[in-house]
Structure formats: structure tokens, C-alpha cells
Design a protein around this ligand. Structure first.
Ligand code: BEZ
Length: 261
């Protein structure tokens, strides 16, 4: 059976316990995007709007875009002075093109990657830049191995090994190749390890799984779910719990690309 929805976002929990997602994006904004006053910038997958507001602080004219109605509602509520648009990266169109497109920790949710790249290209002005960071090849593979093994061990093999249905973690050459095929010139690309500290010292892995891949637990009864989450977390304790903190085995892909004139 197909997964019905990749994720449903709990926006308060996202802001409270998973704010590392956008906190890590600050570097990306300040060091790689370097927004300039008056530039038209689109923040693709803006979530609750934190990085959109950071971009706006530079004097750029930024719009936040997200395909989650809950995220957009929260962003509008938090930053009522900024424009936010409900739209998908695979199908969006603005009247004017942008000087820059920015995306942090979003594009790995987009399995229709060619469509997304085509749409981004169309909405960028010639000479404009695309600055992105997403999960890259091997992202969260230790967490997934532990979860998949637990699903199989506790009677849900049909739920296991399905992460490719919700996420796309390309290698550097694959993603930059797709960008080049579309007409982008890639000026910077890196694929790096970023062990990511999780907020909850007691249940970091359990929280992470429930926040980001609840879809993989669809149809699992409550009692089995408890056992699966506990088993997956305990399997990971040896490698992912250090100095009283949980770490997720993130591998990031960071890219800057220009739309050729
Ligand atoms: C990531 O940023 O790599 C990520 C976030 C949530 C789920 C999966 C991956």
C-alpha cells in the first residue's frame, strides 16, 4: 500500500524541539546566500518562517513558500509583516522571477526532483542564484537501519525499507548533474557529515522518528509502536548517544548554482 502522506507537521513541536533544522540554516543565509538590500528572494520550504525573517532583516524583499498549510499559518502568525505563499516546489509560479532562491532542509522531501529543479529554474532570473542545503546520500542511514530492523523484528516487515518513498537523498554528482542538465552552472557543492544533536536528552531518537517519519509507522498498533521506537533507540545508544546527548547521523548536501544568462 502506498504511503498516504509523507508527513504531517506539528508546528509547535517543530519549533520547540526541532529548531536545529532552521538554526543550522543561519550559516547558509549569512555565509552563502548573503542577501542584499532590495533583492527579490524566495525561501522555498520556509516552514514556520524563521529563516525568511532572517533574510528579510538584510533588507531583501523575501517571500516564504511552503506546501504545508499548517506551516504557512504559523509563519503568517509569527511574522505578519512578511509575505508567505502556500505552494509546492514542484508547481509554483510568480509573476516576476527572483534574484535568488533559497532552500534549507526541504528538497530531500521532494521525490519529484526533476519537476522541482525545472520549476526553480523557471522562477529564477538569468544570472540569479540558487542556494540550497538538503539531506545527501547516506543521510540518517543508521537511524533507518535501526528502525527498519525493529519494524521487521516486531511484525511489520511491510513498513520496513520504505524511506525512499518519503525522502530523496542524492549523491553530490547526481544532484549537481540534474542541476546542470537543467541549465544551472554549479559554482559550489559539498557533501559532508553533520552529526546533529537532538534536543531531548532522554528520547531524542524516538522524538525524531515520530516528528519526521511517522509515515513509516502507518498502521502499526500503539503497543507495537512503543516497542519498535524503544528498540530502535536502544540499538542506536552505542553509537548515537554521547555525553548524555543524542545525535542523528545527518549527511548534508550543500549547493550554490547560477542560472546562466
Ligand atoms: C534532514 O534535514 O536531513 C532531515 C530532516 C527531517 C527528516 C529527514 C531528514
Amino acid at each position: 500500500m502506498a504511503i498516504t502522506e509523507k508527513n504531517t507537521w506539528n508546528t509547535s513541536l517543530y519549533d520547540k524541539k526541532h529548531d536545529f533544522v532552521f538554526k543550522y540554516g543561519e550559516y547558509l543565509v549569512q555565509q552563502l546566500l548573503t542577501p542584499q538590500e532590495g533583492e527579490r528572494i524566495l525561501d522555498i520550504g520556509c516552514g514556520t518562517g524563521y529563516l525568511t525573517s532572517l533574510i528579510a532583516a538584510s533588507g531583501a524583499m523575501v517571500t516564504g513558500m511552503d506546501s504545508s498549510i499548517d506551516m504557512i499559518a504559523k509563519a503568517r502568525n509569527e511574522y505578519p509583516h512578511l509575505p508567505f505563499r502556500l505552494a509546492s516546489v514542484t508547481d509554483f509560479d510568480f509573476n516576476e522571477t527572483f534574484d535568488a532562491l533559497f532552500s534549507n532542509a526541504v528538497l530531500h522531501w521532494v521525490t519529484e526532483k526533476e519537476q522541482a529543479i525545472q520549476c526553480m529554474y523557471k522562477n529564477l532570473r538569468p544570472g540569479g542564484r540558487l542556494v540550497l542545503e538538503m539531506g545527501g546520500k547516506g543521510n540518517v542511514q543508521l537511524i533507518m537501519r535501526a528502525l527498519n530492523n525493529a519494524l521487521k523484528a516486531f511484525g511489520y516487515p511491510q513498513n520496513a525499507d520504505r524511506e525512499h518513498e518519503i525522502w530523496y537523498y542524492p549523491s553530490l554528482s547526481e544532484y549537481t548533474g540534474l542541476l546542470e542538465k537543467q541549465g544551472f552552472r554549479v559554482t559550489y557543492a559539498a557533501h559532508y557529515n553533520r552529526e546533529t544533536e537532538l534536543k531531548d536528552a532522554a528520547d531524542g531518537i524516538r522524538d525524531w522518528v515520530q516528528m519526521f517519519c511517522g509515515a513509516l509507522l502507518e498502521g502499526v498498533d500503539a503497543e507495537a509502536k512503543e516497542k519498535i521506537l524503544e528498540n530502535a533507540q536502544e540499538t542506536l545508544r552505542l553509537t548515537q548517544f554521547r555525553n548524555q546527548k543524542w545525535y542523528a547521523d545527518y549527511k548534508r548536501l550543500r549547493v550554490v548554482a547560477i542560472k546562466e544568462n
